[in-house]
Design a protein around this ligand. Structure first.
Ligand SMILES: [Zn+2]
Length: 334
């Protein structure tokens, strides 16, 4: 009996100790900058969303992490993306700002998190869903009931929609993030540009350079974005809208990342690294020898990137290592 009690006490102490260590490790991350908290959208957690006019007849709809857009200038409302996390609230949110019906939904790309909220719009009669041809092909193949199928295709990668006095320019010739293509939404009269999953204003990109499937396309996209005449940028995440400056800063971060990883990779002697590892464990485990070399490059590059960017952008200590790993694949193999 005494033994059982002792084991129980030991297990409880281990749990407390683990959660204390876990909490201490998490608290070591740099807290969100007060300057970002001040600029963030104030989303009521009980309501779960915020809809706000950012330019005349152009609204942002956000839950504080995901962002979509609502255009009310035409006879019917046009939605751009339907994030899953906002899905249940989309109709309610739109009805707060207009009596018009939702007529169209535009998909920027096929990822579930940005369009699976469409399942909550399935009962809207005659809903026109616009997407790129390649995106439609993919969605037809996967037959996912949460992502409604497009009803109108963007042929030849470009389409301009008239919405009252506004022209909404869609351009789906881009390929920086999703393997099925990415769509830009531009409203020149409002200098509004929506480019999803490339950057989060005030923060570094999400894990793996925003989960890109094409690092080369991703590196080039910042110049393409900056070639547009815009002053308000909606990136799909995180806590606020951006402007030209945010795109320039993200471009500088990605370029620094590329140059840093390339320099450290090219100046690290792979043979010396493998010989050194082999002296400790022998030559049989080739994967391990190679991993140690890649880890060496990753550790050095991450340290440099963190030192240069930790005070400039949020989340550097959270995602810089994953950015280095993604860039290392590009530098060494692509
Ligand atoms: Zn995505």
């Amino acid at each position: 009996m005494k033994n059982i009690q002792a084991i129980f006490v030991l297990m409880v102490s281990l749990c407390i100790c683990n959660s204390w260590t876990f909490g201490r490790e998490l608290k070591a991350y740099v807290p969100v900058f007060p300057r970002e908290l001040e600029k963030s959208f104030n989303v009521d957690p009980n309501k779960g969303y915020l809809i706000k006019e950012i330019r005349k007849d152009v609204y942002i709809l956000t839950d504080g992490i995901y962002q979509s857009a609502v255009i009310t200038s035409g006879k019917k409302v046009i939605l751009i993306d339907a994030p899953l996390s906002l899905g249940k609230n989309i109709k309610k949110a739109v009805s707060e700002v207009t009596n018009k019906e939702i007529g169209s939904l535009i998909y920027t790309h096929t990822h579930t998190d940005h369009i699976a909220g469409s399942q909550f719009l399935a009962d809207i009669k005659g809903l026109n869903i616009i997407a790129d041809e390649q995106a439609q092909k993919y969605l037809k193949e996967i037959k996912d009931p949460t992502r409604l199928l497009p009803t109108e295709i963007i042929r030849n990668k470009k389409l301009t929609i008239k919405a009252g006095s506004l022209k909404i320019q869609l351009n789906s010739m881009h390929n920086y993030h999703s393997s099925d293509g990415d769509l830009f939404v531009y409203i020149p009269e409002r200098k509004f540009l929506m480019v999803i999953d490339v950057l989060a204003p005030g923060y570094v990109p999400f894990k793996g350079l925003d989960l890109t499937t094409n690092v080369h396309g991703y590196r080039k996209i910042f110049d393409t974005i900056l070639s547009y005449d815009f002053d308000i940028f909606l990136g799909g995440h995180l806590t606020r809208l951006g402007g030209r400056k945010d795109v320039e800063v993200a471009k500088a971060y990605v370029e620094d990342l590329y140059q840093t990883v390339k320099r450290i990779h090219n100046s690290t002697d792979i043979s010396a690294s493998m010989c050194n590892t082999a002296r400790a464990v022998g030559w049989n485990n080739k994967y391990l020898l190679f991993k140690v070399f890649l880890d060496e490059v990753t550790t050095k590059a991450t340290k440099e990137i963190e030192a240069r960017w930790i005070e400039k952008l949020g989340g550097v200590d959270v995602w810089a290592k994953s950015h280095v790993e993604t860039m290392l694949v590009y530098v060494r193999w692509d």
